[in-house]
Write a protein that binds this ligand. Structure first.
Ligand SMILES: NC(=O)c1ccc[n+]([C@@H]2O[C@H](COP(=O)([O-])OP(=O)(O)OC[C@H]3O[C@@H](n4cnc5c(N)ncnc54)[C@H](O)[C@@H]3O)[C@@H](O)[C@H]2O)c1
Length: 266
């Protein structure tokens, strides 16, 4: 399958400081939002701003693997049908705001609801901003096994919004750094060099590294949209061990060696 939609990565994704205005999204918006943000002023303010110039329906979801449970999907669709009623027709855009689980759920929903409606991803974890929000791969879990049912449905746009990452705790940053490191290992070159120059693992440094990481992701997606062969790119490269040592020291410092981030990276 050819990944036509990623021929120009920069037109697909955009980095911005604040959540987008309605004009960037459309007149009829179905927002699938991680309930982590339910009482956060940033989300409340954004939704009220959108409501001033667009028809907006919000569907709050609990992030995590249960959201991706296929057996629950029909219940979600029934609730969504009731929420949307007849007013939206087929001319609306599904905007997923959250980490990878919300991205997978909203992407899958967009790909099958009314046989497909436009999808915009607004990743709220750095991990999703680097990886899962791009390329259109989505998956639901079946019988506890991850990503057994899914589609490849590239989002119209991926909007990476800095203000959403402000409350990331250090181990989430480390997780994202793990992904960045993996990509740098695969890619070498400029990404690898800038990772070596990274002095700290925090939002500011990750923000600077994001465009290169995303470019690396689109390169892989372009070669292999279904990511079947990704593991074959992940071979040992004879770079110096500075990044690896840095990752080890940060992981031990945070006491999460063997925890989420590091296991994920491996
Ligand atoms: N489709 C793909 O290509 C792809 C690639 C990699 C991973 N994934 C999927 O992504 C999922 C993991 O995604 P994830 O780790 O990005 O997040 P997630 O959606 O699983 O969320 C993890 C936690 O972070 C919280 N959270 C979200 N945004 C936050 C923020 N800004 N500040 C603080 N907490 C926040 C959520 O509420 C949740 O508790 C898995 O289901 C995995 O299968 C998909």
């Amino acid at each position: 399958m050819k990944a036509k939609t990623v021929s120009s990565a920069s037109s697909v994704y955009k980095m911005m400081n604040q959540l987008p205005r309605a004009e960037e999204l459309g007149n009829s918006l179905f927002l699938v939002v991680d309930s982590y943000f339910r009482n956060k002023p940033v989300m409340k303010n954004w939704i009220s701003r959108l409501e001033k110039s667009a028809e907006v329906v919000v569907y709050w979801v609990q992030a995590g693997e249960e959201l991706k449970n296929l057996t629950r999907f029909a219940d979600h669709v029934l609730r969504i049908q009731k929420l949307l009623g007849p007013k939206f027709g087929k001319n609306f855009c599904i905007v997923g705001v959250g980490g990878g689980s919300v991205g997978d759920f909203s992407g899958f929903l967009a790909s099958v609801y009314k046989r497909g409606v436009p999808h915009v991803q607004i990743p709220s974890t750095l991990l999703a901003a680097i990886d899962s929000a791009h390329g259109g791969k989505n998956g639901l879990n079946v019988g506890g096994v991850k990503n057994q049912i899914g589609t490849i449905y590239p989002p119209r746009r991926v909007l990476i919004v800095k203000e959403l990452f402000k409350n990331h705790n250090p181990d989430r940053c480390l997780e994202a750094y793990g992904e960045l490191y993996k990509m740098a290992w695969i890619q070498g070159g400029e990404l690898w060099n800038s990772l070596n120059q990274m002095k700290r693992i925090d939002l500011e440094s990750m923000w600077v590294g994001l465009p290169q990481a995303i470019a690396a992701k689109y390169k892989v997606v372009k070669k292999d949209p279904r990511n079947f062969r990704t593991s074959s790119y992940f071979e040992f490269r004879p770079h110096d061990g500075a990044c690896f040592r840095k990752l080890l020291s940060f992981a031990s410092w945070l006491g999460c060696f063997g925890g989420n981030g590091f296991c994920f990276f491996l």
